[in-house]
Design a protein around this ligand. Sequence first.
Ligand SMILES: Cc1cc2nc3c(=O)[nH]c(=O)nc-3n(C[C@H](O)[C@H](O)[C@H](O)COP(=O)(O)OP(=O)(O)OC[C@H]3O[C@@H](n4cnc5c(N)ncnc54)[C@H](O)[C@@H]3O)c2cc1C
Ligand code: SF4
Length: 549
Amino acid sequence: MPSKKEKYDCIVIGSGPGGGPFAWKLASQGMDVLVLEAGPRYNPLKDYALDEQDWETKGFPYRKRIKYTYGKQQTLDPQYAQLQSWNKASGKLNRTNKRHYLQYHQVSGVGGTTLHYQGESHRLNENAFRMKTLYGEAVDWPIDYKTLEPYYSEVENIIGVAGPDKVPYRPRSKPYPLKPHKLSYASQVIEKGCKKQGLNLEPNTVAILSQLYRDAPPCNYCNGCIWGCPRKDKGSVDVTFVPIAEDTGNCEILTYAYASRIEVENKQGKKKVTGVSYYDNRGKEHVVKSDYVAVACGAVETPKILLNSDINQNSLVGKNFMETTFYEVIAFHPDRLDSYRGIPFDSVIWEWNNPNPDRGFPGGLRLSPTAGSAMGPINYALRYLKGWGDDFVKGMDEWFGHAVGIGGIAEFFPNKDTFVTLDPEVKDDYGLPVAQIQSFLGEAELKSLEFMEKTSKDILKASGADEIVETASSYDFFSATHVYGTCRMGDDPESSVVDSSLRFHGIPNLLVTDASVFPTSGGGESPSLTIEALSLRAADLLLKDLKKG
Ligand SMILES: Cc1cc2nc3c(=O)[nH]c(=O)nc-3n(C[C@H](O)[C@H](O)[C@H](O)COP(=O)(O)OP(=O)(O)OC[C@H]3O[C@@H](n4cnc5c(N)ncnc54)[C@H](O)[C@@H]3O)c2cc1C
Ligand code: SF4
């Protein structure tokens, strides 16, 4: 479908946490905004299967996937073989000596990957902004925690974040808008194990409603957020920033609009963007003009569209990619805990979130109790139980509801073997090169995985759950939910792609407002809240500049 107008004040490409807040802020101040979104608009009340009998097999109702490929595979270091992904029903899940590429879990649709997300809303540890200065690692962010703090509060109020009064290393100017959720029964059991180990298990900070808010009811604790919330209870961008952006009357959202190229004009060495080309659902190409363009396609698709538009003046677009360092272990507890009741990751151990090179790896991490894959009978049957016939039925009777897990995420540091580039051979439906992901784990990531493996197992054991039935880790599988870094933000145009107001060095009317701009990944915090805060700040700075004329 063509856009309603030929020219806009700003075109935003992508409608996830990077695009949605930016579009809203500009539209709320009277700017004419067009959002191009490659995916469809999902209707939470009709499209999600959580209230249907076959919810466990249905999963998320994807209607559009953007094609990408993978580069070289990393050879597994046998020294860390104990980190291999495994379950009781199938044994080792990767029987080769190479790290397998499983998936980059992006959702294409209005709201982006928050349609899939579990609502965790973490501010970054204030020290994670200064990895170079404080710990001599990687790089510093060009802005600090204090600069982002008012924007964190603004986002938390819009999406509805529930959390405790205090979270270590994250000073706040205002309380969370919603009271924290009570811990699920399974988390209360894990809490006892944590106490035995001298660890604090605290309520997690989540954009999941603990009371009536945004005209939506409180959460029903069904734990199914990754399948899409049919009650609009989690703060995904489609039910938070998108409706308020459209209510301004200044924001048009085009779905199934796949942006292919950013148009750049070069007059005597001065570059500026003039608009965007996109393909509609029928494969017809359109060109729309605009004064500003913000790219927010996620850390894999954003470098792709920039590279396909020949925008890469310092050859850094696509470099410094960071993926998810994760470890998860599931074990049977002698008591039936029904860990699938509650919100996913309702609590968190922040003990090791502060960076600390003395641990043998410099970055931070966090651990959380989780139901993991223990969501319903099909998962129990396929993953945790062996045998056939009566034996199997007996196993199901005996163990269903007994699985509980701990999952952790740690800092990932950029390295030279890890990047996003254009695939030299594979093309998308329109004949353009697709993104190619290559990702290798470094020593710090392997050491942090080892640490998470040991501490998670210790906590489960102290909680009484010691029969391990599944482990999943990024040691032998690339399975990335949090990705960042491919358009690094920084003050120096030689070592970064965008400046601290997210404007492209050398092309001031082009912005990148998504997770691509993170200079470092943080120590296991979920990124959406920070992406949204950065996106609102970039919009504010742009509006201030425009006011100044
Ligand atoms: C299972 C799962 C659970 C998660 N849980 C959490 C959590 O609890 N908390 C948290 O903070 N984070 C969580 N995340 C991560 C979080 O969802 C992402 O980090 C975040 O959505 C990234 O935001 P983004 O704006 O960078 O990109 P995205 O959210 O991926 O949005 C990019 C959008 O751009 C569109 N797009 C791409 N290319 C084009 C193009 N050429 N033209 C037009 N449109 C295009 C895509 O269709 C997509 O809609 C989770 C992720 C997954 C997969
Ligand atoms: S746990 Fe709550 S927020 Fe998540 S899908 Fe269920 S009702 Fe929605």
